[in-house]
Design a protein around this ligand. Structure first.
Ligand code: GTP
Ligand code: MG
Length: 303
């Protein structure tokens, strides 16, 4: 009999959760960037292994919530951790423990899920604050009262197969016998529209860096299929008129670059020619607009 487990992958924003999920799945199912709050939806990545199947829930990283979108993302992260078989908390140990890291430790100590893996990620970095994280856990798990939780600690570099192997082994050690939850060849059940929107947003994030990431929204309006190609109409939302030229760039270089990179990746992923039509729109306060947040899938129920 093979093994199976649903794993909630949680932790602070930018810890490397999506990088780890992609590494374990062996394919890119979730977008990655150095910018905070890259992941805005819970993305399920499915790991196939001779030992069995793991369903990894990649969640938005916990952060100081600003506005409706921020609050929704935090709520989604907390909910995703509930109702899973294994809780996998990813820490960025290239930095000292932050408030949100300690917050996850306190939460785990209090709620006492049965199976917990603490991943100290970015072990390729120097310095690597392994002992400070263990100290922080000692404190969090003993006050206000001792917690029964005994996490398994794994050092990890999500950037390499070797580095992430220990996490895979720890998860399979915890997985129980059972039937697979998804067919063998499926790597994700993330909706196509949201996957396209995420890929477009990732390409902009890699070009815009710190300039505007949190106020950039991407919404897929329509996918027209025919003649072996998909023509996709996409809205790129910004919050203020002054942000429009930033997204477009000088001689439209930024938007063109993002479009081309997204088209290339999406064509490879979906195995059809994907062409994108991007419309930049100023939509003041879109991050507080329930209708728009719904269209982007951010209001959806999580498992
Ligand atoms: N040096 C190093 N960098 C890493 C490692 N894992 C991830 N990163 C980088 O850390 C940054 C954030 O990675 P993500 O996977 O997007 O982080 P996340 O936790 O999913 O972030 P949110 O979606 O915002 O919550 C990216 O620039 C990654 O390339 C690692 O093991 N070592
Ligand atoms: Mg992420």
């Amino acid at each position: 009999m093979s093994k199976v487990a649903i794993v909630g992958v949680v932790g602070r924003t930018n810890a490397g959760k999506s990088t780890l999920v992609n590494r374990l799945v062996g394919e890119k199912v979730s977008i990655v960037s150095p910018v905070e709050q890259t992941t805005r939806n819970t993305v399920r990545g499915i790991v196939a292994d001779p030992r069995g199947q793991l369903v990894l829930l990649d969640t938005p990283g916990l952060h100081k919530a600003v506005g409706t979108l921020g609050t929704l993302l935090n709520r989604m992260a907390r909910r995703s951790a509930a109702g899973t078989d294994i809780t996998c908390v990813v820490f960025d140990a290239s930095q000292e423990p932050q408030l949100e890291d300690v917050g996850w430790m306190q939460r785990v100590a209090k709620e006492a899920p049965d199976r917990v893996v603490f991943v100290l990620n970015k072990c390729d970095a120097k310095p690597f604050f392994s002992s400070m994280f263990r100290e922080a856990w000692k404190e969090a798990s003993t006050t206000p009262q001792p917690s029964p939780v005994k996490p398994v600690w794994v050092d990890c570099c999500a950037l390499t197969d070797d580095g992430a192997k220990g996490v895979m082994d720890a998860l399979f050690d915890f997985a129980q016998e059972g039937e697979p939850l998804f067919p063998e060849d499926v790597v994700t059940d993330y909706p196509r529209k949201l996957a396209i929107a995420d890929t477009v947003r990732e390409k902009f994030l890699s070009k815009l860096h710190q300039e505007l990431p949190h106020e950039l929204g991407v919404r897929v309006k329509e996918i027209a299929e025919g003649n072996g190609r998909w023509a996709v109409a996409v809205d790129v939302l910004v919050n203020r008129p002054s942000q429009k030229p930033i997204v477009i760039g000088r001689s439209a270089q930024t938007i063109k670059g993002a479009r081309k990179a997204a088209e290339k990746e999406l064509s490879e992923v979906f195995g059809v020619k994907v062409s994108l039509e991007l419309w930049v729109k100023v939509e003041p306060n879109w991050m507080k607009n329930p209708k728009i947040l719904e269209e982007m899938g951010y209001m959806g129920a999580v498992i």
